[in-house]
Write a protein that binds this ligand. Structure first.
Ligand code: DGJ
Length: 736
């Protein structure tokens, strides 16, 4: 007797189990029937090496039958006896965390999603799109699961669309972008958490039975507690080089939720999407609710390959102008804070040009007249140049810059307003605030109500006006320095539970509109440091400010964390006066990201100035390898007193090795570091570069090494000198 014929019997068992309150157990067995005959052929969503496979069963439901390495013969996917329902709805037989929960107009809180159809097509040679449509058999409600595959990057982007034709609005109380299932012996979660001044700490823990949630309820995400990125390693703790893992990142600049739930059969469901906390969403007839994209990859060679996959996708698809060169810059925030005038700034512009930098970035403090921005107590919202500090305006500064052969950029924090500002006096109704309570200021400021199209129009007009009046502005730093509190939008009236979602959507609408007019103006994404670093925002930004902590020692850890998900060209890294390390150490650390400076250069002595000038030149020579190459994290600062990374260009002919020694003990002997990602047959010349003037390399390296030797034996490049650093260049040597 086939399993299909046994279904009525199974139904009786389920009904009996209901009565005996055993449904939890049986509900899981129901989707785990050995040899279950599929209703459709496997729906294979595959890249070059990764496959996610679904199958609709005879009961009409859609099941995930595979996620992991791609099989040679796709007919075999259906043989997998382990399967889980693809996008589990709440209200019927599911008793664990659902992907979706709805309350229909008649207050019925149930949903069943049955397969309707699917379509697969190619967008181009590398990108494919599969959509699977599901529908409730009782209610006129549809869920469409979308999957974009990026073949050579081995990345899948997935998002969900929910729509209905019911006469009354349907309330959505859970609406995941993605639900993925894994089947392993054990699961190790690597999360990336932090706070202001200490972003992207890497922490790993073994998941146990039950649910682990990583989420944000900050609204604007002005600083990080958790970041929307994770790695799940299967069967063993995570490793850079070995083992299976999945790495995922959610492209959403608002509240998010990543839930990892391990069931009693040791399967794991991963649910990623907008946080539904305080966000019940009334979906009207005919309206579509589209979730943000969850982007993920699978690796059978540890976290190293997973992050290289994601970053390659980031460069090719995820980040605005990912392949375009970035500008090195001098920023004046830590150099001057609010204390500057035209004289000081023209001096900095001239210094930036002499050093060979590409851009001068004028930070906070250039605006406000009725209330001059001399500290953080006033003026946000009054985006007119402060005539006292800058009597000749921004045009004068941008002309100064172009006269010196460099570009000019400005800081702006357009989503915010100080109560002490003309904007607030004119539009107190534009801020988020509870009607019957005191306003809640943070950094003396309030959040503008971006759900309100009038506010979006104002910000759009401010930005475009500034750029039209000052055509010399060639770069923007967009800041956002506080989280959302007093979560009430005067504009949304009865739909207050839409606020978190409509704020983030309002931000994207604004950025979309701005990018239509200024498609390629380089723009830095900042939110009190790295508060808002995600691939949702990076569609509109070319780079981001990772942290206000510019101490190079701390930065090694912060940049290490970002390096799992974001290309080096997006990680702005500035040399500042913070920290007691040498200028060489600070510069070597900053050079592994997108190099910039933020200090009064007359605080440097002649040797230091010369070093910086040479370093900038050197950086420009090798930045292609750093920005676009594949990164290999070789020695972890979390496990040793060193950090070593290698960036290898796509031809494998050119590579840059960064070595940082933290606080090694005396007997921390210089052991060989084995390199990765090179061509075994290629002969490489290895040179230490970026030496401080008047110093020589201390490493007695041989003239040449084969890639084979470098990867199997390695070279001794660390030292026990605290807070020291070395940069090595590897170039292939043409062999006869
Ligand atoms: C916070 C940012 O992270 C800093 O870099 C700086 O721009 C300040 N805001 C300015 O207020």
């Amino acid at each position: 007797m086939s399993w299909i014929k046994r279904l009525p019997l199974l139904k009786n068992i389920v009904q009996y189990a209901f009565r005996c309150r055993l449904l939890g157990l049986i509900g899981l067995v129901w989707v785990n029937i050995p040899g279950y005959a599929g209703g459709t052929e496997p729906i294979v969503i595959a890249t070059d090496h990764v496959a996610l496979v679904y199958e609709a069963a005879d009961n009409g439901r859609l099941y995930q039958v595979h996620f992991g390495e791609r099989l040679d013969d796709q007919r075999e996917y259906g043989k997998n006896q382990w399967r889980r329902e693809a996008y589990i709805a709440s209200g019927l037989d599911n008793l664990l965390e659902p992907a979706i929960r709805v309350i229909h107009g008649d207050k019925n809180p149930s949903l069943e999603l049955l397969y309707v159809d699917h379509k697969t097509g190619a967008i181009d040679k590398n990108v494919g799109l599969t959509t699977i449509t599901l529908k409730d058999p009782v209610y006129d409600l549809y869920v469409k699961l979308n999957f974009k595959t990026f073949s050579s990057e081995n990345v899948i982007e997935t998002w969900t669309e929910i729509r209905h034709n019911e006469t009354s609005p349907v309330t959505l109380t859970a609406f995941a972008s993605s639900m993925l299932h894994l089947n392993a012996k054990s699961y190790w979660l690597t999360q990336f958490h932090g706070a202001w001044f200490g972003e992207m700490n890497v922490a790993e823990s073994k998941l146990t039975s039950g649910i682990k949630v990583i989420d944000s309820k900050l609204g604007t995400k002005a600083t990080i507690f958790q970041s929307p990125n994770f790695i799940i390693s299967l069967d063993n703790p995570g490793s850079e080089q070995y083992g299976q893992c999945i790495a995922g990142t959610l492209g959403w600049s608002g509240n998010f939720k990543l839930a990892f739930e391990q069931d009693e059969q040791n399967s794991l469901r991963i649910i990623s999407g907008i946080n539904s906390f305080a966000s019940d969403y009334q979906l009207r007839q005919g309206q579509t609710f589209q979730t943000p994209a969850f982007v993920f990859t699978f690796s059978n060679k540890g976290a190293g390959l997973a992050s290289r996959n994601l970053k390659r996708w980031g460069l090719n698809y995820g980040v605005l102008d990912g392949k375009r060169d970035r500008l090195t810059l001098l920023n004046n925030w830590e150099a001057t804070f609010f204390d500057f005038d035209e004289r000081k700034l023209t001096r900095l512009i001239s210094d930036a040009s002499q050093l060979g930098l590409d851009l001068f970035l004028l930070d906070d403090g250039w605006f406000g007249n009725k209330y001059p921005r001399d500290n953080d107590g006033s003026s946000l919202g009054d985006w007119e140049v402060n005539k006292k500090k800058l009597p000749h305006g921004l045009r004068y500064l941008s002309k100064e810059a172009s006269g010196k052969g460099i570009k000019f950029g400005i800081w702006i924090e357009p989503e915010m307003v100080n109560p002490k500002s003309e904007l607030y006096e004119k539009h107190p109704d534009w801020v988020l605030r509870l009607p019957n309570r005191k306003e809640d200021v943070s950094r003396n400021q309030l959040v503008l109500d971006l759900a309100n199209p009038e506010v979006q129009d104002f910000i759009y007009a401010t930005l475009t006006g500034l750029l039209q009046d000052n055509p010399g502005i060639g770069y923007i730093k967009w800041d956002c320095n506080r989280m959302m509190s007093s979560q009430y939008s005067p504009f949304l009236k009865d739909d207050q539970s839409h606020l978190f979602i409509e704020y983030a959507r309002g931000l994207y609408t604004l950025l979309e509109r701005f990018r239509k007019k200024y498609p390629s103006l380089p723009m830095m994404l900042c939110s009190s440091g790295g508060g808002r670093v995600d691939y949702g925002a990076l569609r509109y930004f070319t780079e981001f400010w990772p942290s206000d902590n510019t101490n190079a020692f701390d930065r090694i850890f912060i940049q290490w964390g970002y390096s799992f998900f974001f290309p080096a060209s997006t990680v702005c890294s500035h040399v500042t006066s913070a920290g007691n390390q040498s200028i060489k150490f600070k510069t070597d650390v900053a050079m592994s990201g997108k190099l910039g400076f933020d200090l009064m250069l007359d605080h440097l002595n002649d040797h230091e100035r010369l070093f910086c000038k040479n370093a900038i030149k050197e950086y420009k020579r090798i930045s292609d390898v750093i920005w676009y190459g594949d990164l290999f994290r070789l020695v972890s600062p979390y496990e040793t007193e060193h950090a070593v990374t290698l960036s290898v260009d796509s031809t494998k002919n050119h590579a840059i090795l960064f070595v940082y020694n933290l606080h090694p003990r005396h007997n921390d002997f210089n052991k060989a570091v084995r390199l990765e990602g090179l061509n075994a047959q290629t002969l490489y010349q290895v040179d230490e570069i970026n030496l401080f003037p008047g110093t020589k390399t201390q490493f007695a390296l041989s003239a040449t090494y084969s890639g084979d030797y470098l990867m199997k034996v390695g070279i001794p490049v660390t030292s026990n000198e605290p807070l020291s650093s070395h940069v090595f260049e590897l170039k292939s040597i043409k062999q006869e």
